[in-house]
Design a protein around this ligand. Structure first.
Ligand SMILES: *[C@@H]1O[C@H](CO)[C@@H](O)[C@H](O)[C@H]1NC(C)=O
Ligand SMILES: *[C@@H]1O[C@H](CO)[C@@H](O)[C@H](O)[C@H]1NC(C)=O
Ligand SMILES: *[C@@H]1O[C@H](CO)[C@@H](O)[C@H](O)[C@H]1NC(C)=O
Ligand SMILES: *[C@@H]1O[C@H](CO)[C@@H](O)[C@H](O)[C@H]1NC(C)=O
Ligand SMILES: *[C@@H]1O[C@H](CO)[C@@H](O)[C@H](O)[C@H]1NC(C)=O
Length: 487
């Protein structure tokens, strides 16, 4: 079932499995894609350089005068539409080196696709005709919205934008540096091409095959029927917050739109266009319509949506994610690397199915709690990834790690070989003791593998796939579900 996919879009693969001979078969269907406008940043971005929000090209330059930003970057507040960035703050613990003599024996990775255009049916494409219609029938946008008089949708559909391959390529390079030795070169690895080019170099096809499979969430073929009840609730609840955080801005923008009835939905689409246009052509007029605080609101909208859609607040989050968790558990004793490519929902659902309750807190639709953990831009930006390492150490490693050395002083004398599991989300440690009381407190956030495997023995039962996906349970309100499964 291996096909050569070099001429095909990168966005539709879903489950792609590693290591020679172990490819699993899925339905192969390609969704339609289209290319967008070619960028020319020097002409499209009129913003002065050197403003407070200036971010040097990397490769995007994002000079935009955002009210209230004070040098902070709104592109880190775009939920699952944020370009990839490693989080400045981790998830509660620092990162520690392997003590000398310990090895990583396996690495499992779930990698989200890189920056891309929105799916065809999504807001930018669906919203543009209404604007065109308005200007064609006499609406004149004024003030900050006057750019809309000449605006049209220049975005393509569903394909990766130029930033997307770069993000995946960089992930491949980083993962190669971290895990290159784990690759057994006697077998072809199966995974996605930009990542592979970073991992193996441009002759990756010598080392890997690419299998393209359907993305069930995009195509509607995902057969967990009751998952959609949760998605409906997620939209409904996130919309309550949307109507709060965009209320004032919408009223102000409405004054600039003549006979076009600009609503909260329009404000929200304008925000999504900021992120999609920026990654597509390097600049968007929509970004500076909103204050920094309103961008925080946008991010929180995504937090609520993702958490209620496939997180702990969803009735089917565990069911959605359990396949990957089961696969991880089944492969646990295989040495090497296991790469899988998927979407943002796959990552959140896998975290839910593992039971990472650090991210389970309830998110009120009236506004974000202080220091909440489920921050979508930090968890699932474009090219987000979850790496899980299995570490083999000759002795137990002290739970109190020394910061200064990666040497023998971290071992506990008189103990034997010990295996650990280590979760890394977007290059930062997820401390397993926070979510699992069975895992002892450790500075490095690792957990002993047998302990972790014991905890996970319950995850399949908790996901309750048949009942969650097909059972006749009564859908309840927001907040009724707290463990990613029906009550
Ligand atoms: C770690 O890997 C190195 C290189 O493959 C090997 O020499 C060493 O014996 C391994 N150590 C352990 C504890 O397995
Ligand atoms: C186009 O504009 C006219 C006049 O404002 C309006 O009646 C009609 O509903 C609009 N159609 C669309 C598709 O937005
Ligand atoms: C695999 O690695 C070995 C040792 O580095 C090398 O001799 C061999 O040529 C490699 N095989 C392939 C197919 O790359
Ligand atoms: C504008 O849209 C809002 C929200 O849909 C609606 O409540 C209001 O009646 C509309 N106003 C006009 C003048 O159509
Ligand atoms: C599902 O449950 C509802 C409410 O308890 C009940 O009315 C309905 O008959 C059930 N449907 C099936 C197919 O069991």
């Amino acid at each position: 079932m291996v096909i050569d996919a070099r001429n095909q879009s990168d966005t539709i693969f879903h489950l792609v499995i590693s290591i020679g001979g172990m490819a699993q078969s899925y339905v192969y269907v390609l969704s339609p894609t289209s290319a967008g406008a070619v960028p020319f940043l020097a002409q499209t971005n009129p913003a002065p350089f050197g403003q407070a929000t200036y971010v040097a090209n990397a490769p995007l330059e994002t000079s935009e005068p955002i009210v209230g930003a004070h040098g902070r970057n709104i592109f880190h507040l775009m939920g699952n539409q944020s370009p990839y960035f490693p989080a400045e703050n981790g998830f509660g613990v620092d990162e520690y080196a392997l003590p000398e003599g310990a090895n990583i024996s396996q690495m499992h990775m779930l990698q989200r696709h890189g920056s891309r255009y929105a799916p065809g049916a999504a807001p930018p494409a669906a919203w543009a005709p209404g604007i065109a219609n308005a200007t064609a029938t006499g609406t004149v946008f004024v003030g900050d919205l006057s750019f809309l008089n000449d605006w049209s949708n220049i975005l393509g559909e569903d394909m990766l934008v130029p930033l997307g391959p770069k993000e995946l390529f960089e992930s491949g390079v980083l993962n190669y540096y971290n895990y290159g030795q784990l690759y057994d070169n006697s077998s072809k690895l199966v995974s996605a091409k930009n990542f592979l080019a970073g991992f193996f170099g441009l002759d990756w096809a010598e080392h890997a095959n690419l299998i393209i499979t359907i993305d069930p969430a995009v195509t509607g073929l995902f057969d967990c029927t009751r998952y959609f009840d949760g998605i409906f609730l997620a939209f409904e609840q996130a919309d309550i917050w949307k109507n709060i955080y965009l209320k004032e801005r919408t009223a102000k923008l409405r004054k600039l739109t003549g006979n076009y009835n600009w609503t909260v939905a329009d404000s929200y689409y304008a925000q999504t266009l900021c992120s999609y246009e920026t990654v597509a052509v390097g600049y968007s007029d929509f970004c500076q319509l909103f204050t920094y605080e309103e961008w925080e609101g946008f991010n929180y909208y995504m937090d609520i949506f993702a958490n209620a859609g496939v997180g702990f607040v969803s009735p089917t989050g565990r069911a959605y994610g359990i396949a990957w968790v089961q696969e991880f558990l089944a492969r646990n004793f295989w040495p090497g690397v296991c790469l899988e490519f998927g979407n943002d929902a796959d990552i959140v659902a896998a975290m839910t199915a593992f039971g990472l309750r650090q991210f389970a807190e309830f998110l009120p639709v009236t506004g974000p709690p202080a220091h909440h953990q489920f921050v979508s831009s930090k968890i699932i930006p474009f090219a987000a990834r979850l790496n899980i390492e299995i570490i083999k150490a000759p002795h137990k490693i002290s739970a109190r790690r020394s910061k200064t050395s990666a040497h023998h002083d971290d071992y506990i004398c008189g103990t034997g070989e010990t295996h650990y599991v280590y979760f890394i989300l977007k290059q930062r440690t997820i401390p397993l003791h926070v979510s699992f009381e069975e895992c002892e407190y450790r500075d490095d956030g690792w957990c002993e593998l047998p302990t972790f495997m014991n905890v996970q023995m319950e995850s399949l039962a908790k996901a309750d796939y048949q009942y969650a996906c097909f059972g006749n349970w009564t859908m309840m309100g927001y907040g009724a579900y707290t463990d990613g499964r029906p009550v």
